[in-house]
Design a protein around this ligand. Structure first.
Ligand SMILES: [Zn+2]
Length: 692
């Protein structure tokens, strides 16, 4: 918490210090008076806005998933427990891009290690390309022309030669899922099974905004059969791929090769293993220079990016370590820029930020793509957790914005910094969920929400001293309000596929972003929250956290039971509305007291921050702990004052998402505070290296 549970008169007192005030101790004990027990009347506006509780929604996940009791696997303090285990999936993939047939085909071999304490008799794999099979569940649920829709495309996997440990196996296919029975049980704590198969699929032009192609440019993801996650909270995680819900994947090392027309350049997750075979001597020399340069080096210039017909094929080999996935892109007309971040926390040699963009189709904004990525990797390494991979690639294309380990796809951009926001967001996903491997298909807020939260830090710094920096938080809340006004608001715990697509940006991204900023700035306190957020990231790097692991980490750091916060903002879709009424004065033992009546109009309690105005023009700030709401929706705060209170304003720092401003002031209130950047203070100040 920012303050302890006593009333504190803050800095403004000094400006008007009278003899009386000087004799007052800085910390004053609250004077409790009996407050009415009856529920306060709900305002008409709030009465008309019902909110959902977990029990009102039959699709709501049951609490055993979100708040399991602490056990050997997950500790009560939010860390992984002494018995924590996790499966491992190492892949070897060889694929061919056929640009005439518009197909990707190849073979995949998975070395799957069962580290669980359970004997496994079958495994589940994810077959995301089957979204494009005629009649798939996703194609039924999402309109064909929508963002996640299949646009009438018919594709899906053609699978052959499925084997387990070298013996033919018969998979059971169910839409985007495949169950594979093992002929011999996979023993616990280290048993290994090798699963192999050949696959091919037609590449959709519109791959549900997560992959696709644009003429000769191919952006390839969800492209090989991947292991489903087996974990200690649900066993096999088999939620199908429908389009809107993203992914949940095991970690391992992935070696893959892409054979493509010889005139193509392939960009991908991981590190290129055979530059001698696929790059020119000039390109290799420029790359070596870029690895040591904090100014952008052009690896393929504009004039070199013109496609030249070249017979035959080339095979590009990549290796990615400690990743949950890989993706790649290929085109015959890429420009390619690269730049080093220079030394960053935990990485003395720096990270290579790369931008690949078809020229001139991608737009001039992409000439800043490599620098945009450099900024992002530096900043989040300083603020959150050191970027652990050697490179970070951004590719321009028809996909609006999609993230994979070390590799993101971002829309074309004409404006000079037109791609920055999306490049920053997509590379922000390298922290959530690429490093911290949560279950995106269940919890958008642990992925998009955490990312949107850290994006506020980046955008406020990038746009410092401009109106854009002042409006980041306001923008988040405005988006949340729009979704609520449209009747689309649902609890943050709602699975992404059950959120109305029109409200996904508001509820999956900006509402949790605003809620986390509120938690940091008004409940836990900046330094404490920043440290807890870093702890959570470090503790769960390359692991599978659940919501409870985050909640417990924050509660342990704050020393507070924050059930009321999680319940209000995560498990219901209610909003905050606290109001202030007419202040009265009284005398007791020769002292003057102001009685400030406060009312809570919704189900969400919150610590009260207010600024009192006095007749002499001075002000005093008061903070009340959240527990003032423990006995009801009305609280009369009795505050020792130096003279009559002439006005009150709630939330002198206005970055509190109180939904109804009309009851936040009384009398002649102090001027409303200006909404300023909200990510300052705490431990999160960027170092010089991350400052422009
Ligand atoms: Zn995102």
């Amino acid at each position: 918490m920012q303050q302890t549970t006593v009333l504190v008169l803050l800095a403004s007192l000094a400006a008007s210090a009278s003899a009386c005030a000087r004799q007052q101790p800085q910390v004053l004990a609250p004077v409790r008076v009996a407050s009415p027990e009856a529920d306060a009347p709900a305002s008409a506006a709030n009465a008309a806005t019902p909110y959902l509780r977990a029990s009102d929604n039959e699709f709501f996940p049951t609490s055993r998933m979100d708040w399991p009791g602490p056990n050997a696997f997950r500790s009560a303090n939010g860390a992984a427990g002494p018995g924590y285990w996790q499966q491992r999936a190492d892949y070897t993939i060889a694929a061919t891009l056929d640009t005439a047939a518009q197909t990707v085909s190849g073979t995949v071999r998975v070395r799957y290690t069962n580290n669980s304490p359970d004997t496994l008799r079958f495994v589940w794999l994810q077959l995301d390309q089957n979204l494009y099979r005629s009649g798939s569940e996703g194609s039924v649920l999402y309109p064909a022309e929508s963002r996640w829709g299949v646009r009438g495309f018919q594709g899906g996997y053609d699978l052959r030669d499925v084997t387990v440990n070298g013996k033919p196996a018969t998979p059971k296919l169910d839409d985007t899922r495949m169950r594979l029975d093992l002929d011999a049980p996979l023993r616990p704590k280290g048993g290994v099974a090798t699963i192999a198969m050949a696959f091919s699929f037609r590449v959709p032009e519109h791959g549900s905004d997560r992959m696709g192609r644009d003429s000769t440019l191919y952006e390839i993801a969800q492209w090989y059969p991947r292991m489903a996650v087996y974990d200690d909270v649900r066993g096999w995680n088999t939620d199908p791929y429908l389009g809107q819900g993203e992914f949940y994947l095991e970690y391992g090392d992935i070696e893959y090769s892409v054979t493509a027309p010889a005139g193509y350049v392939i960009a991908g997750s991981g590190v290129l293993q055979n530059p001698q075979q696929v790059l020119t001597a000039a390109q290799r020399e420029r790359l070596a220079r870029a690895a040591k340069s904090q100014d952008v080096v052009q690896i393929i210039t504009a004039s070199e990016s013109r496609p030249t017909p070249t017979p035959g094929t080339k095979t590009w080999r990549f290796r990615a370590e400690n990743v949950r996935d890989v993706a790649w892109a290929g085109a015959p007309d890429f420009r390619w820029d690269a730049v080093s971040t220079g030394p960053i926390q935990g990485n003395r040699t720096g990270v290579l930020s790369q931008a690949y963009y078809s020229w001139p189709r991608a737009g001039a904004g992409w000439e800043h793509g490599a620098e945009n990525g450099q900024w992002t990797i530096r900043l989040y390494s300083e603020l959150v957790y050191p970027y652990p991979y050697p490179q970070a690639t951004s590719v321009a294309g028809p996909v609006g914005g999609m993230e994979y380990p070390m590799f993101v796809m971002v829309h074309y951009a004409e404006e000079p910094q037109g791609a920055f926001g999306t490049i920053d967001h997509e590379h922000g996903h390298e922290w959530f969920p690429m490093i911290v491997g949560s279950n995106e298909r269940r919890y958008a807020w642990m992925d998009e929400g955490f990312n949107t939260y850290i994006n506020a830090f980046s955008n406020e710094r990038r746009k410092a001293n401009t109106p854009a920096a002042d409006s980041v938080f306001a923008g988040y809340v405005a988006n949340w309000r729009a979704a609520r006004d449209a009747g689309l608001d649902v609890p943050l715990m709602t699975r992404p596929d059950n959120i109305d697509p029109r409200a996904l940006g508001a509820l999956g991204y900006r509402k949790p972003g605003a809620v986390l900023l509120t938690l940091r700035n008004h409940v836990v306190g900046r330094e404490t929250f920043d440290a807890a957020f870093r702890d959570y990231t470090r503790r769960w790097a390359f692991k599978h956290p659940t919501p409870a692991d985050f909640f417990r980490t924050v509660e342990n750091a704050a020393g507070e039971d924050l059930s009321w916060f999680w319940r209000g903002f995560f498990y219901t879709n209610d909003v905050l509305d606290i109001g202030v009424g007419p202040v009265t004065a009284s005398q007791r033992d020769g002292e003057t007291y102001a009685t400030v009546p406060l009312t809570k109009y919704t189900s969400i309690p919150f610590p009260v921050e207010m600024r009192l105005a006095f007749a002499d023009g001075s002000t005093a700030d008061v903070r009340l702990p959240v527990y003032v709401w423990a006995k009801g929706d009305r609280f009369d705060a009795m505050i020792p004052v130096k003279g009559p209170v002439t006005g009150v304003r709630l939330w002198p720092d206005p970055s509190v998402p109180d939904w109804n401003a009309s009851n936040d002031a009384w009398g002649r209130p102090p001027a409303a505070g200006r909404l300023a950047p909200v990510t300052g203070g705490g431990l999160a100040a960027p170092t010089a290296a991350a400052t422009p």
